[in-house]
Ligand binder design. Structure first.
Ligand code: ZN
Length: 196
């Protein structure tokens, strides 16, 4: 289930593109990233993940269905350019909400160099608050694909992520053991105070 937003016509032209794939957890964002990456020659791909995202692997981008692809691991958005090869034409960045505020600038620069940049990201945190990094990317992206998962309670399209276990020591990273997709009617924020 997807909805597309078109890019405003008043942006400066660039030879590459920035494409944002967003939605709640379990909406197939990383599957979409790997599907697009596999349409590109392997030597032209650089996949990137943030070091904080260690749920399934510390070396690969991995979907919730355990499909995977080798990735470079970074701590800061500014490190991404250090990993580009001269052949790199497709840069895939998984879980963009983990990144710092420089991510949108980095993606824009890569697009100006001619790269197709695909970023997956949650658009809302566990409290239903937007991620500033993702909002900024959204304003810069040439295309935004919004994916939905079926709500775990009622089956309608879900755009929120429900925390289903207590948050221990501020750890907000997890998989099906700690989160499920919910529509707004079925979703409620966790009782813990939001952690900034
Ligand atoms: Zn529901």
């Amino acid at each position: 289930m997807t909805k597309r937003e078109s890019r405003p016509a008043d942006r400066a032209p660039r030879t590459g593109r920035v494409e944002l794939v967003c939605g709640c957890m379990f909406s197939g964002k990383t599957e979409e990233l790997l599907r697009r990456a596999r349409a590109v020659a392997p030597n032209e791909i650089v996949l990137v993940k943030h070091a904080r995202d260690d749920r399934y692997s510390t070396t690969d981008v991995v979907t919730h269905r355990h499909d995977r692809h080798r990735a470079v691991i970074v701590q800061q958005a500014g490190e991404i350019v250090e990993h580009l090869t001269s052949e790199a034409d497709f840069v895939g960045i998984d879980e963009g909400h983990f990144f710092d505020a420089a991510l949108a600038d980095v993606c824009t620069r890569l697009a100006e160099r001619g790269c197709t940049v695909v970023v997956t990201a949650l658009d809302l945190d566990s409290w239903g608050r937007p991620f500033a990094t993702v909002n900024e990317l959204r304003t810069r992206a040439d295309s935004v694909l919004i994916r939905h998962a079926p709500c775990a309670c009622c089956g309608r399209p879900a755009d929120h992520t429900q925390r289903t276990t207590p948050i221990v020591e501020g750890n907000l990273v997890g998989g099906p053991e700690a989160f499920e997709p919910r529509c707004l009617s079925c979703w409620s924020p966790p009782p813990e105070d939001p952690i900034d």
